[in-house]
Design a protein around this ligand. Structure first.
Ligand SMILES: [Ca+2]
Length: 102
């Protein structure tokens, strides 16, 4: 699949990146800086005027990004800056694993 790339400016706590259409009714999982299947994660490159914040999203579950958004500047960004992204439900996973073991 071709990765779509867009470049835009972004202001933390003001702007929202809307990813609600990517997985339909299912939210993507916030991965922080870790590539996450069917998730969203970020990386940073450059410094000073060439600093960029990269937002990656994998919608197919193979860890290869299907979406790439380049934000101008080194931006502190987290799951609250998105729509359609939720925090990993680690408690739910633990419950499921405990259930499978018993
Ligand atoms: Ca993918």
């Amino acid at each position: 699949m071709t990765t779509k790339t867009s470049v835009r400016s972004f202001v933390h706590d003001i702007d929202k990146i809307d990813l609600t259409d990517l997985l339909g009714a299912t939210d993507l999982v916030w991965g922080g800086t870790t590539p996450t299947p069917k998730g969203v994660w970020i990386s940073h490159t450059g410094s000073g005027p060439s600093a960029r914040t990269h937002v990656w999203a994998d919608t197919s579950g193979d860890l290869t990004p299907d979406l790439h958004i380049v934000l101008i500047g080194n931006i502190s960004i987290d799951q609250t800056d998105f729509r359609g992204v939720s925090v990993r439900a680690s408690n739910r996973t633990q419950v499921a694993m405990a259930g499978a073991a018993s």
